[in-house]
Write a protein that binds this ligand. Structure first.
Ligand SMILES: [Zn+2]
Ligand SMILES: [Zn+2]
Length: 214
């Protein structure tokens, strides 16, 4: 599996970002997870980023009338404020490598503890965290299809714990999904049963218009 935006594969990520926090930060910025700018909440003007301290700082000059002098606004906030990393206790490159493993079928508690040096508690926390992101993504999927498109649908049942497009599924759970031919737009939903009573309403919800399905 490769990233849709930068086309890096599982191995590319490991080779490129192992022990490289600054590059990992750049990766998160490029993927819209960390901000490139921030406005000062007091002055409503863009802050300056100070890479060495990983903070945004407001340098706007303000006239202090009482003391008859000009001073700097002085507002500053962490690069991580309001992002995924706000309360993260792990380093950016470790987070990136964790997400990389999370999205693969070989995800396991042991790999994360042994290879990434994370505590059992951190692995559980980050797994929950990434699962929540996947759930949010799953619950906010847009319908695919429409005029002049062909949607292919398929279903699959997983045995033991498996990961399918980042969605961790329970033992013996089935997944139903569709993909729009050409564009690659898709949807995925976990299902209890694979029968027409279950699948027909899902087609109604996730596929615009009505086309022949295969
Ligand atoms: Zn990417
Ligand atoms: Zn300011």
């Amino acid at each position: 599996m490769t990233c849709e935006e930068c086309h890096r594969s599982y191995m590319d990520i490991i080779c490129e970002f192992r022990e490289k926090d600054d590059r990992a930060l750049q990766f998160f910025t490029d993927h819209g997870i960390l901000p490139t700018t921030r406005d000062c909440p007091d002055c409503q003007r863009p802050c300056t980023y100070r890479a060495e301290r990983k903070i945004f700082q407001c340098n706007t000059k303000i006239v202090d009338k009482r003391h008859k002098r000009v001073k700097r606004c002085g507002y500053s906030s962490s690069l991580y404020k309001g992002t995924w990393f706000e309360n993260a206790k792990i380093k950016p490159n470790t987070a990136l490598l964790f997400i990389n493993v999370f999205l693969e079928q070989y995800f396991s508690q042991e790999i994360c503890e042994n290879e990434l040096g994370l505590s059992a508690k951190s692995v559980v926390q980050w797994k929950t965290f990434c699962s929540e992101v996947c759930m949010y993504w799953m619950e906010n999927q847009e319908p695919i299809g429409g005029p002049n498109t062909v949607v292919e649908i398929d279903k699959t049942t997983f045995g033991k714990r498996k990961v399918y497009h980042g969605v961790q599924v329970r033992c013996g759970l089935s997944v139903f999904g569709g993909i729009e031919r050409g564009s690659g737009r898709m949807f995925i939903v976990p299902v209890e049963e694979i029968d027409s009573d279950t699948l027909a309403p899902l087609c109604q919800t996730f596929i615009s218009g009505h086309h022949r399905l295969q």
